[in-house]
Design a protein around this ligand. Structure first.
Ligand code: AMP
Length: 315
């Protein structure tokens, strides 16, 4: 890829699903297309660092050209297991008219059902880790299998795991630095409606930082008593929100790995970069809008975010 945003020495280990998705939105429907949390995270973070290292599993049915697409983006696929005789993870979802909520129609774990993540020795020493949506015990295994403690571990999860693996999930959440979830998930996880109270409760269980995404209403970053809000950009076309959360996570952690600065102020910038990447994602179906971005497109989108809320007020 020649469209890198910046070059970094910090390695980013990414785990999560690499999948087939079938999506239905008010604007159209797809057959099986490439998706999965780790796919979106890897593509998005590849605009910030050349050192994206993927740990995931697919079946023999997964197209070689889609693996080649990740590699073209500089993603290291040594840790991508291919189970020739099995089927890839499949997820299908249907969005409601407001596009802010969706129903999961199908979740076929297939290869993910007994996924044992293997971390190649060349991935050891990765400073940044992004645990994309996956069963929490697999996410935890990855942390336990890192020989040196990463500088920052961020994690995403979803209501599916809260419903079926709450105990495992709590154990994994206790081990991470940043948890990235949406408002509905924050409410379910904490049992609190007010997001500030929810955030306090969740941070008390382990993560020092919490990001609560609110779809087209932006994202909140919490740390101790501090809170930062990044709006979402009003867009001319919103086509398919699938993967927006993962694309956000990829931009967020990719920017942190590229700048190697985990201060609260830099995390604010990372939230803007994550939001900018997610804003591209929703403009087309699947990964289509994030496979061929240029540095200047990313930069001007970030500038739009800055302009959106910048104001001088004298009090
Ligand atoms: P997002 O829209 O950011 O929540 O992410 C959607 C992606 O998550 C899709 O590409 C799915 O393949 C993937 N996904 C959905 N459910 C799961 C699950 N239970 N475990 C892992 N990945 C999932």
């Amino acid at each position: 890829m020649c469209n890198k945003f910046t070059f970094a020495v910090m390695s980013l280990l990414v785990i999560g699903s690499v999948a087939f998705d079938a999506i239905e939105t008010p604007f159209g429907k797809t057959d099986k297309i490439i998706g999965g949390a780790a796919t979106y995270i890897s593509l998005s973070s590849s605009y910030f660092t050349d050192e994206v290292k993927l740990v995931a599993v697919v079946g023999g049915d997964f197209p070689k050209e889609d693996i080649a697409l990740l590699e073209k983006h500089g993603v290291d696929t040594e840790g991508l297991q291919i189970k020739e005789d099995e089927k890839s993870f499949f997820w299908s979802g249907k969005y409601h008219n407001d596009m802010n909520s969706r129903d999961t129609l199908v979740t076929e774990l297939n290869v993910l059902a007994d996924f044992d993540p293997v971390i190649p020795s060349s991935y050891q020493g990765s400073e940044y880790v992004m645990l994309g949506n996956l069963s929490p015990d697999v996410q935890r295994k990855v942390i336990e299998r890192m020989e040196t403690k990463p500088k920052l571990i961020a994690m995403d999860t979803m209501n599916f795991w809260m419903d079926i693996a709450r105990e495992e999930l709590d154990k994994t959440i206790a081990m991470v630095d940043v948890l990235i979830i949406n408002d509905e998930e924050a409410r379910q996880l904490s049992g609190e409606y007010a997001l500030k109270t929810a955030a306090k409760k969740i941070m008390a269980t382990g993560p020092k930082y919490l990001i609560i995404k609110k779809g087209e209403h932006g994202a909140l970053l919490f740390n101790e008593d501090k809170v930062y809000f990044c709006p979402a950009l009003p867009l001319e076309s919103v086509f398919d929100p699938t993967g927006a959360g993962d694309t956000f996570a990829g931009g967020f952690i990719g920017y942190l790995a590229a700048t190697d600065d985990i201060s609260f102020d830099n995390m604010k910038r990372a939230v803007i970069y994550g939001s900018a990447m997610a804003s591209f994602c929703v403009e087309k179906f699947g990964t289509e809008s994030i496979v061929n971005l240029s540095k200047s497109e990313v930069n001007s989108r970030v500038q739009e975010f800055i302009d959106l809320s910048q104001v001088e007020i004298s009090l």
